[in-house]
Design a protein around this ligand. Sequence first.
Ligand SMILES: NC(=O)C1=CN([C@@H]2O[C@H](COP(=O)(O)OP(=O)(O)OC[C@H]3O[C@@H](n4cnc5c(N)ncnc54)[C@H](OP(=O)(O)O)[C@@H]3O)[C@@H](O)[C@H]2O)C=CC1
Ligand SMILES: O=C(O)[C@@H]1CCC=N1
Length: 281
Amino acid sequence: MTSPANPTDSPVVAFIGGGNMARSLIGGMIARGADPARVRVAEPVAALREALKTDFDVPCFATAAEAVEGASVWLLAVKPQVMRTVCGELTPVAQTNRPVAISVAAGITSSQLSNWLGGDVAVVRAMPNTPALLGAGITGLFANERTDATQREQAATLLDAVGPTVWISDEAQMDAVTAVSGSGPAYVFLLAEAMQDAGVKQGLPSDTARQLASQTLLGAAKMLTELDETAAELRRKVTSPGGTTQAAIETFEAGGLRELVDRAITAATERGRELSAANDD
Ligand SMILES: NC(=O)C1=CN([C@@H]2O[C@H](COP(=O)(O)OP(=O)(O)OC[C@H]3O[C@@H](n4cnc5c(N)ncnc54)[C@H](OP(=O)(O)O)[C@@H]3O)[C@@H](O)[C@H]2O)C=CC1
Ligand SMILES: O=C(O)[C@@H]1CCC=N1
């Protein structure tokens, strides 16, 4: 059993932004025993505040300044394009209270975040993914030099509540982490959509196609994570010579699936770099 993300002796966490990713993290934390009173959320959209309050009983505020009151851990979960403005609003309190600022924003670098918060701020970049909502996320973490051991531990404990964490020592690699696992669930959902649609085209009822595709992805993911075999070995065990799987795999290979995935992940990695560059002075 994973320990709660914020037992009573742990810091109060302020989420800045209460959208999709924050919701997944908060839901995962609460499901694993975190104290809702120690999770504060700033979210300008009233309907999202209401939903978070109703679903998780966390205190919600319209402004970041209210949410960070008493919080020594900030989790910045706004879009990269508005991060600079949001940090600017928090600069005075960041310089006074010296929190650790954990950012989940794609692309935005730790030095940009530290500078926007007034300089010399402890920053952890975290790249989780939405399966965090079910405790099945994975998070890449990078800490800047200003982050001390306690703050690193606080960041890891918070994200550990929603799935495993992996520390990255070279910040440049965070764009690749984002491209593989941050965005990755969307690739799997796209595959699920395509498998369902193709199944329906072959005559299956829609509900049946959905159940078959979803449970197949779940079962395959469990084999990948729980068995000591590579993806290639597992694939070979499904593929009988001259059988149905071979017919499908040959079609994927002939269609350039590997090259297409490589191009997609390269594009996502490059987009992370662009998001950072677009916010440089
Ligand atoms: N979605 C995902 O799977 C993942 C997302 N991320 C990262 O998480 C971050 C958030 O993404 P996501 O949750 O999808 O985006 P969302 O748009 O769903 O959530 C961001 C929320 O922040 C709100 N917001 C805007 N300005 C402020 C402010 N000044 N103070 C408080 N809240 C504010 C937005 O309101 P409004 O809509 O009114 O602007 C919005 O509701 C991004 O930086 C993204 O890169 C990282 C990993 C995975
Ligand atoms: O699409 C995005 O930019 C964000 C980052 C990773 C997942 N969603």
